[in-house]
Ligand binder design. Structure first.
Ligand code: BG6
Ligand code: MG
Length: 220
């Protein structure tokens, strides 16, 4: 069986949620309300503008489209400031080993992320060279749970959807993978990841054989 792997970035390969949280909290505070960790959880996998819409909603604030563009840009300058200082030490457990293992076996690897900052994050954490294709928030017109990001990734890898495995930490991403007719591994708390074919806490100990078996089993 040939397989291809498509990885979400934030929350799967690197832990950037803490930086998103700090930047969104600073923005919310500047608008006169607070922003909780629980709310930050709900923004996983959600693109920048939709995240801002939710936050303004929680704060009970209405802004024009122009003001929203400015607020999103402001949050992003703070966020970029933080991720510019990231290092390889912030790669999540097991990621490096799995990427290396896949690479050594000539299994194609794509990125499928909602972030428009994926290039910077991959560079700072030394992960860029693993990827045969990168599809991120700059390359899609519709966001997860729409399958576009994963469909494009598979296309660029020249892989059939049924041979692809998606790694996701967000329910919107799991939905997107299912809609793309791909196998999906849920990374994190199983309760937050309904519909995944396999649940893992992090990428530690995941074997290539396990992934090949998962695709074979799913094909039936
Ligand atoms: C996703 C994150 O990967 O990217 C979301 O889980 C984030 O929290 C989204 O909002 C967009 O990121 P960025 O870097 O384009 O603002
Ligand atoms: Mg994610």
């Amino acid at each position: 069986t040939t397989i291809a792997c498509i990885f979400d970035l934030d929350g799967v390969l690197v832990d950037t949620a803490v930086y998103h949280y700090q930047a969104w909290k600073k923005l919310a505070n500047s608008l006169g309300f607070d922003f909780s960790h629980a709310q930050n959880e709900q923004l996983k996998g959600v693109n920048r503008m939709r995240s801002l819409d939710k936050i303004l909603d929680w704060g009970g604030i209405v802004k024009s489209q122009e003001e929203k563009e400015e607020l999103a840009a402001l949050k992003n300058t703070w966020y970029v400031d933080m991720i510019s200082r990231m290092s390889a030490s912030e790669v999540l457990p097991g990621s490096l080993e799995l990427l290396q293992d896949l690479h050594d076996r000539d299994i194609k690897i794509a990125l499928g992320s909602a972030s428009k900052n994926s290039g910077l994050i991959l560079e700072r954490t030394n992960l860029t060279h693993f990827f045969d294709a990168i599809v991120d928030g700059n390359a899609v017109t519709t966001s997860k749970p729409d399958p576009e990001v994963f469909v494009k990734g598979a296309e660029l890898l020249n892989a059939a959807a049924e041979d692809c495995i998606v790694f996701e930490d967000a329910s919107a991403g799991i939905e997107a993978a299912i809609a793309a007719h791909m196998a999906v591994v849920g990374v994190g708390e199983a309760a937050n990841l309904p519909g995944a074919d396999l649940f893992i806490k992090d990428l530690t100990g995941v074997t290539v054989q396990q992934l090949i078996d998962l695709v074979a089993k799913k094909k039936g």
